[in-house]
Design a protein around this ligand. Structure first.
Ligand code: NDP
Length: 499
């Protein structure tokens, strides 16, 4: 069956065919800028659909794994060319489905393409290593073998980049995959599946199953034919998946939440620091795992920093992300909208001072969209919920610090450890921070955001567990390392008595 036109319900993609869910049930997604507008209708899959996809992947995996990696790379290069052709369509899909400003959506698609390009080239560089053996006439080396079948479970906040930064390395390493996107963003996922179909991947290598994680997630993690799970999402769900996978001794990679801090020292260049914090806190409506959720400001510069922060935040325009003039778009869903408003209420109740914003934007001109003003809290108690929990919205909490050690202490006082940054001109302070801050990514004189595809991405503590994504480490998760010893000596010889 081929994929029907955009007016009909979109299908799952299993074993190279576009198929409905076994139940025939579908669900609709809406545009967060005007929730009366339906974006599309998608399959509400059941565990049986997930199992069908696993069966298809398990059938396809051996042959795909045997295909030389450079040939797999050629197919990824083909998919890259198709991405290029569909950039605008994908960016638009992200914005109408998830809300983010169209320039951010375009940037996200381009980032996904960088990842594809990087992974495709890696088909010629999936290195093992050779080393001299202890024994004469013996070759010793390592090589990589694909895991087999891998489930890929992703969140809604980067509905193209995050799936592709898992799918591309998984495929180049020779795995067959089942991709389960967030329920909120199945349109972008469907376009990704169409792209890989057109690129000519063999049937069953790429499978897409849409629908609630609560319904199909267990099958995707627990089925014995699944050898690995690459998950990005909340710490709560990731912890459950990690525990379930561990019981079955599966490889699990979990990229989780964040509560990222930018530190601003007295000697910081505020022309850099203030826009960096504004972009980090309110760009993509604060719905990035690497968003700047906290600013920790050394006391000597606090007054000037706050004046400039409020001035620049008040210049941001809030509105539909499809309009390129808008800086801050709606939150992605009713539940995100409710959560962020609740946190703003909690912040005030817990004794923090609302220094800017704080209102939901309601009224006919907002068309029921999930808009919240960029919001800044100061005087935030360190043990309060808004100081400790991931809000995942345009809410910044600001703290004062005595010196760099105090700033790092505040930065480290949360359970998360994804990303952080410091603004200073002093190399000693910068290195004190780099060496003691508890985050997987550190930035000096730059926002907490971002990452380049050829460098590892991931966090410490409650921000992640398992091997890093991206960079050369990104290929470690999707392969097993096999160690080979080849005795090419003539005749018999004494064997080692060790091990
Ligand atoms: P969730 O954890 O709610 O969902 C993530 C994915 O897991 C979705 O596809 C979801 O499906 C699925 N899921 C839900 N329940 C289960 C289950 N029982 N078993 C298996 N899968 C399940 O996260 P969000 O989508 O809300 O994403 C936001 C979170 O992602 C934030 O915490 C953010 O920090 C984090 N994130 C982390 C990044 C990192 O690299 N560290 C990067 C980007 C985001 P469904 O949508 O159907 O519920």
């Amino acid at each position: 069956m081929s994929q029907p036109g955009s007016e009909s319900p979109r299908m799952n993609f299993i074993g190279g065919e576009w198929v409905p869910s076994v139940s025939g049930e579908t669900y609709r997604t809406v545009n967060p800028a005007r929730p009366k507008e339906v974006v599309g209708e998608f399959q509400a899959s059941l565990p049986q659909d997930a199992e069908n996809a696993i069966i298809a992947a398990a059938k396809a995996a051996p042959e795909w794994g045997r295909m030389p990696a450079p040939q797999r790379g050629s197919l990824l290069y083909k998919s890259l060319a198709i991405f290029e052709r569909r950039v605008d369509e994908l960016a638009r899909a992200i914005t109408v489905e998830e809300g983010k400003p169209i320039a951010d959506s375009t940037g996200e698609v381009k980032r996904a393409m960088n990842i594809l390009e990087y992974a495709a080239g890696e088909g010629r560089r999936l290195f093992g290593y050779t080393t001299p053996s202890e024994l004469p006439d013996t070759a010793a080396y390592t090589f990589r073998r694909p895991l087999g079948v891998v489930s890929i479970i992703t969140p809604w906040n980067f509905p193209v980049a995050i799936p592709v930064w898992k799918i591309a390395p998984a495929l180049i390493c020779g795995n067959a995959i089942i991709f389960k996107p967030a329920s909120a963003t199945p349109l972008a996922a469907t376009i990704i599946a169409e792209i890989f179909e057109e690129a000519g991947l063999p049937a069953g290598v790429f499978n897409l199953v849409t629908g609630p994680g609560g319904s199909i997630g267990n099958t995707l993690v627990e089925d014995p034919r699944v050898n690995g799970v690459s998950f990005t999402g909340s710490t709560e769900i990731g912890t459950r998946i990690y525990a379930r996978g561990a019981e079955a001794l599966k490889k699990i990679q979990a990229e989780l939440g964040g509560k990222n801090a930018a530190i601003i020292m007295n000697d910081a260049d505020l022309d850099k620091a203030v826009p960096g914090v504004v972009q980090g806190a309110f760009g993509s409506t604060g719905q990035r795992c690497t968003a700047t959720s906290r600013a920790i400001v050394e006391k000597g510069v606090y007054g000037e920093f706050m004046d400039r922060l409020i001035e620049q935040t008040s210049a941001l325009t809030v509105g539909d992300g499809i309009n390129p003039d808008n800086d801050v778009a709606p939150l992605s869903s009713q539940s995100q909208f409710d959560t962020v408003r609740e946190y703003i209420g909690v912040g005030t109740e817990e004794g923090a001072k609302l220094a800017f914003g704080g209102r939901a934007l309601e009224g006919p001109e907002w068309e029921g969209g999930y808009y919240v003003e960029p919001t800044i809290f100061t005087d935030v108690p360190l043990d309060s919920r808004i100081a400790q929990e991931e809000i995942f919205g345009p809410v910044l909490t600001v703290f004062q610090a005595d010196d760099v050690q105090d700033a790092v202490r505040i930065s480290n006082s949360v359970q998360f450890g994804l990303s952080s940054s410091i603004y200073t001109r002093d190399l000693v302070q910068a290195h004190e921070y780099i060496n003691t801050v508890e985050t997987g990514m550190v930035h000096v004189n730059a926002p907490t955001l971002g990452g380049e595809v050829h460098l590892p991405f991931g966090g410490l503590k409650a921000s992640g567990v398992g091997q890093r994504e991206q960079g050369t480490e990104g290929f470690d998760f999707f392969t097993e390392t096999i160690t080979a010893y080849i005795d090419y000596s003539a005749g018999s010889r004494e064997r080692s008595r060790f091990i």
